[in-house]
Ligand binder design. Sequence first.
Ligand code: MN
Length: 726
Amino acid sequence: MKYIAPTKEEFFQQVKSYITNEDSLALIEKAYNYSLEKHKEQLRKSGEPYFVHLIAVAYELAKMKCGPKTIAAGFLHDVMEDQDVTKEEFIKEFGEDIYVLDEAVTKIGNLKFNDEKEYQAANHRKIFIAMAKDIRVILIKLVDRLHNMRTLEYHSREKQIKIAKETLEVYAPIAHRLGIAEIKNELEDLCFMYLDNEKYKEIAKLVESKKPVRDAQVQGMIDDITKMLKSHDIPFRIFGRSKHFYSIYNKMTKKNKRFEEILDLLAIRIVTETELNCYEILGYIHNSYPPMPGRLKDYIAVPKTNMYRSLHTTVIGKDNKIFEIQIRTEEMDEIAEKGVAAHWAYKEGNYDSNKEQKEIVSELNWLKEFEENENSANEYMETVIGDVFNANVYVMTPKGRVIDLPQGSNPIDFAYRIHTDVGHKTVGAVVNGVMVPLNTPLKTGDVCEIRTSNNATPSEDWIKICKSKQARNKIRSYFDKKELEEKQETIKLGEQYLKEYCQRMEISEDEVLNKDKLEKICSDFTCKNTNDLLFSLGKKSLSPQSVVDKLVKVGKKQLDTEVLDSILKKNQQKRNKAVSKSGVVVQGVNSIKIDLASCCTPIYGDKIVGFVSQGQGIKVHRDCCPNILNKKRLIFVEWDDKKPDVKYIATIKILAKDRNFLVTDLVTCISQYRANLTSINVTVNPEDLIATASISISVDDAEHLNTIMANIRKIDSVLEVNRMIK
Ligand code: MN
C-alpha cells in the first residue's frame, strides 16, 4: 500500500473545485512555486524530492476544503525550519497571517514528546492544542503527520516505533476529538501496522479471508432493506461499511472479545436527507427486523462530544445474522468523516477566519455544555480558551473517568464539570477517601467523589471560590435564573396594576395593554423594553397613570405630525368655518354636525381633537382620550374665542377612605362652587372600606372643573380624584 502523492494537475483540480477567486488561486500558485524552488535541493528519506511531501500536505488540506491561506501555509510549513528562510522574508512574501500559522506548526514540530510518566499523553495533547491556538494549525499538523506516517517505511525501526507511538497517543486522539474520522482511522491503522505488525497482519488476513462471505451477507441485507424502504418513498442511499483494523484490535483487547464476535457484526449505513427521515427509516427497520434491546443509540438528539451525530441500532436481520445499522443525513455523514473540517469548509465570498474559529468551537459538542450559561460570544471564547486550552489538572471520578480542570480547581469545579445538577446539589466532597472542604485545590491523580443532596442549592460564595469559568457561569446562571423568575413575577404584577387602573378608569384594556404601543414609550421611562416597563410598574416605581398618560400623548404626537398639519393648512386656505352650540369650531366647512364625545365629555377649555365619524358628523374628543388612539380620520378643531352660554357635563371619580359624612362633604364642596350635581353613585368595598364615588356635574368650563377637583382633593380622607374617560 505504497502512497503516491498527487500530481500538480490533480492538486489544482481539487483546489479549483471550490476556490475560484483569482487572488486566492494566485496565492496558492505562488506558495506552490516558492516551496518548489526553495526545497529543490532537498530529498526525502525515500529519495523523492522533498516537494512531494509539501504537495501531499497541501492536497489533503484541499480535500478538507481549507481556505487559500491554510493551503499556502501547508506548502510553506517546512520552509523556515529546513531552508533558513527568515521571518522578515517570509512575511514580506506571504504576510503575517500565514507566518503565524507556520510558526505555530514549526513550534509544535519541535516539541519533544516522550512517554514515561502517567497522564503524559493527555498532557501532550493539551500542550499541542494550547500551542496550536488555531484549528488551522492543528489541521496542517495532522495532515503533515498523516503523510509522514504514510511514508514511514523509509525510517529506521527505532524511529518508526517512536513516531508511530507518538502518533497513536497524541495525533490520533486529537483527530478523534475534532471528529476527523477519516484521518484518525488511517493514522491508527498505520500506527498499528508499525507497532504490532504481527497482530496487524493476522487481523488483516482474517478480515480478508472472511470478506467474500461477509460481503454476500451484507449485500443480501442491503437488497432487502432497499426493497422495503423503496415502498415508503423516502430518499436514501445504503451501503456496507468495513471496520478499520485498529478498531477491531481494540475491541478484541479492551472489550475482551473474540475476533469472530466482532466480525459477526455486519455493518450497514443508510444516509438520507432530513433528521425526520432518519427516525422514519429507524421505525421501518425496527418494524421489519427485531432490534436488540439496549442497542439503540440516538446520537442525533444527544450528539457525541466530537459533534458526531447518527442513529445506531442493532437488529437481527436476514438468516438471523446481527447487523449494526447507522442512520444519518448527508450532513451528519460528512461531519462523521471530516468532523471539524466539514464545518470549517472554506466558502468563497464571506471568509472570516475569526468567525470560523468561533463557529467551530461552538459546534464542538464537547464544549457545548458551556453554552447553556453563555452570555456573549466573547465570554464563551474566554471560557473555552481558559478552561480547555489551558487545562492541566486531571482528576478522576471513583469510576475512573478522567476530568480535566484548570489549575487550582476544587471539588466545586469538579462537580460542575460532571454535571450541572451534580454541581447544584453538592454538599460535600471526598478526595482520596478523606472528606475535605469544598475549596480544597485538586491535584492531578486525585480521586474525587461528590456528595449530593436533593434539597441542596448552590451557595453564592461558590462564585468566588470556584476556579473554572464553566462552574462560575453555571452557578451564576442558576442565580440569574432565580432572579429572572422573581422578575417574571414582578412583571406579572405590573401588568395586573395596569389592568386594574384601566378597569378603575374605565379605559379600554386593549388600547393600553398592547405590546407594540407600550414598546414605543419605553424609552420615555428609561426602560429597555416592555418587560422592563412592566417590571417598574410591578415594583411601583412607576404609576399606571403616568404610563397611560404617555400612551395618549404618543398617540397624539403621531396625529400632530402626520395628519394635523396638512389638514390645518388645507382648512386655512378656505375662509368658512362651522361653530357648534357647544362652542367647537371646525375650519373649512360651512355647516356640519358637531357633537361632544360621550366617552371623554370635553369641556370648554380642554385640549380637543375632532374625529370625522361616518355619516354622523364630527365627534369632538379630549386629546387624552384613549378612544382616538389609532383613529385615522382625525381633524383639527378648536374652541371658539367666545365661550357660548352653555353648561358642560363632566364625570369625576373619587376614591376615599369611607367615613361618616363623606358624601355630604363632597356634595357641599361641589355646591360651594356653584356646580350642579346631575348624578352621584357611591359604592364602598367591604374589604378595604374604600369608597368609590362617580359624580357627574355640570360646569362652565375646564377651569371651573379644575377648581372643583382641586378642592375635592383637599377634603379629608379623599385619596384620588380623576376625570373619567369611558
Ligand atoms: Mn512536514
